[in-house]
Design a protein around this ligand. Structure first.
Ligand code: FAD
Ligand code: N01
Length: 549
């Protein structure tokens, strides 16, 4: 059911073309787009419309309805902080709430700020072209509507374009298959079914324990073994809920001060310089506490392989202690990359799941998938009969949804051509040749290396202030110089190369999970606090690196 309520002043006219009343168009109604709509419409008083492919708000939390889906940022930080009143009136139930609760929160935000009246749901953008003659973006939707606006802001998400691997025979499968990122609204009934789960990233690790509880049998197909830290999820106590309400300002200040936007700082101590017994005790305490804070136990884990090895060794020992079958334990601990150099998952009883009688583990490194057959999945060694296949195979991350918009810039050059050797941006916010186009959490932004509401709010605030200043000065066009873009790309590469992150060849940070995608390290690894300072400095210097007219 579409909840579309077009703004009367911007509805397409009889010939299918919109009038020219819009100041800005936003694409995407997740965390990013909702706050951008509020900021431009209610703070600047602009005429704005938001286009969203789904039938509701929520973005990630609209689409990812797979069993076990929940956040791994702690709930009191995985939310907006732009409005203290909003913060005070919302109460999270758990340390890591499930998808329905986060979706309820985003609907609450949209209703509280009366955002839905400017959102066109069920509206996928298929083309967007900048016209230098009128200095406007002309947008076409899948239904053939045309709209135009001075500014185009993409809020299409870093992890929103599902990656379904093109395994031979997929269409021959006689059972049903699903991708976790486009999960059916009505859910999937696993009872009595033989289920195959392909993928052991954050998603597969969340889904496996829940599927195993209801399926007759679960086969987990693992290509790359992964670390995971127990989430230790639990209901929040009233005392903690009060603490969060009372310390709103301090918590927000801490999130703004840290490198990754989480409400905890990375300890200023070296794993290598710490005595082994003390180091072990620190890891043990972090393991018992659970969550992503494990990564913050020592400052050198992500920059020094020997330091990282101490954490990696600790986690492998923990996995071996949990998993009773030595063959499964060996497959699960055969991890080929440093801890947290790929996005680290946290879990609720993932490794314990392999102790169940109805769960098997297939090592795809030893015997890769050859094809999907009518009956199930066939590897080089065996065929596994299945009723349902779940693809927890991730996303065409960071650029997939952006390129899916079909953007064409100033000189008729498409973004796909412009980025054929990999994405190039200035501050992750703009790219040369595409005036008045802003991307929220685009490549070159700290985005996925952070607790994402923090970079999202920073980007939106920066874009809003930039547009406000342009209007105050009578300017209507902004574009970065090619030199500024080249300088930022170089800085993004240098920041990544100072860490262990680019050394993992099969990481989605590099685009390596999508065949044919250029291998470029996409997020900015210099830290959110430093990034914020750089953006503030650029603005203070009259938007240095941008040409405004
Ligand atoms: P999204 O939420 O992805 O929204 C983008 C929207 O754009 C979507 O609704 C999509 O339909 C729409 N769209 C895309 N293309 C078009 C088009 N062409 N036309 C019209 N509409 C379009 N991050 C964290 O920091 N902490 C977490 O705990 C966390 N948990 C996550 C769990 C899962 C399962 C996943 C997949 C991601 C998680 N993330 C987490 C990352 C998460 O994506 C971000 O935190 C955040 O939700 C992104 O918001 P967004 O608005 O930028 O993008
Ligand atoms: O995707 P992934 P995800 N044959 O790309 C495997 C966020 N998130 O959906 O590693 C066989 O990480 C692939 O194997 P390999 C978070 O940012 C957060 O799990 O490429 N296997 C891998 O095991 C996360 O990082 C939460 O060898 C194939 C898996 O599929 C991001 O979203 C929860 C394959 C994909 O892992 C993406 O996570 C969920 C093939 N052809 C997601 N192709 C939170 O808890 C891929 N794989 C916050």
């Amino acid at each position: 059911m579409s909840q579309t309520r077009p703004n009367a002043s911007t509805a397409p006219t009889a010939n299918g073309r919109a009038d020219d009343a819009l100041d800005a168009l936003i694409i995407g109604a997740g965390f990013s787009g909702l706050y951008q709509l509020y900021s431009l419409r209610d703070r600047l008083g602009l005429s704005v419309e938001l286009l969203e492919a789904a039938d509701g708000v929520g973005g990630t939390w609209y689409w990812n309805r797979y069993p076990g889906a929940r956040c791994d940022s702690e709930s009191h930080s995985y939310c907006y902080s732009f409005s203290e009143a909003l913060h005070q009136e919302w109460t999270w139930s758990e340390r890591y709430p499930e998808q329905p609760e986060i979706l309820r929160y985003l609907n609450h935000v949209a209703d509280r700020f009366d955002l839905k009246r400017n959102i066109r749901f069920g509206t996928r953008v298929v083309a967007a072209r900048y016209d230098a003659a009128d200095n406007r973006w002309h947008v076409t939707t899948e239904r053939g509507e045309h709209l135009s606006a001075r500014f185009l802001i993409t809020a299409v998400g870093c992890l929103s374009s599902a990656n379904v691997p093109d395994i031979p025979g997929r269409d021959d499968f006689a059972g049903k298959w699903y991708h976790t990122g486009t999960w059916p609204r009505e859910g999937v009934d696993f009872s009595g079914k033989r289920v195959g789960l392909i993928g052991t990233g954050s998603t597969g690790i969340q889904a496996a324990p829940v599927i195993a509880e209801t399926a007759a049998h679960l086969t987990v197909f693992q290509r790359t073994a992964n670390y995971s830290i127990p989430a230790r999820n639990a209901p929040l106590t009233p005392a903690f809920q009060d603490h969060v309400r009372e310390h709103f300002a301090e918590i927000r200040a801490l999130m703004h001060a840290t490198a990754n936007g989480h409400p905890f700082a990375v300890a200023d101590r070296s794993a290598l310089a710490t005595e082994p017994a003390e180091r072990e005790a620190i890891y043990e305490a972090a393991w018992q506490k659970g969550g992503l804070q494990f990564r913050a136990t020592f400052r050198d884990l992500l920059v020094d392989k020997a330091a990282n090895d101490t954490a990696a060794d600790f986690i492998r020992r923990k996995i071996r202690a949990v998993v009773k079958d030595p063959v499964k334990a060996a497959i699960l601990t055969d991890i080929d990359h440093p801890f947290a150099a790929k996005r680290p998952p946290i879990d609720s009883f993932y490794f314990e799941t392999f102790n169940r009688d109805n769960v098997d583990l297939v090592d795809l490194r030893a015997a890769p998938i050859e094809r999907i057959t009518a009956r199930g999945v066939r590897t080089r060694e065996a065929e596994y009969p299945l009723d349902i296949i779940v693809f927890a195979t991730g996303f065409d991350a960071m650029t997939g949804a952006l390129l899916g918009i079909g953007l064409t810039g100033r000189d008729g050059v498409s973004l796909r051509e412009h980025w054929s050797a990999g994405p190039r941006t200035y501050l992750g916010l703009q790219t040369d040749g595409f005036p008045n186009l802003f991307t929220i959490t685009g490549p070159g932004s700290p985005s996925v290396l952070c607790n994402m509401p923090v970079p999202i709010e920073q980007h939106v605030d920066w874009i809003t202030a930039c547009i406000a200043q342009m209007r105050a000065r009578g300017q209507s066009r902004i574009e970065p110089t090619a030199e500024a873009v080249a300088g930022w790309v170089e800085h993004v590469n240098a920041a990544a190369n100072a860490t262990l992150l680019p050394q993992v060849g099969h990481s989605w940070y590099l685009g390596a999970n999508v065949p044919g995608k250029p291998r470029v390290f996409m997020p900015y690894a210099g830290g959110m606090a430093q990034y914020r300072e750089i953006c503030d400095d650029v603005a203070a210097r009259g938007y240095a690196g941008f040409v405004l007219s």
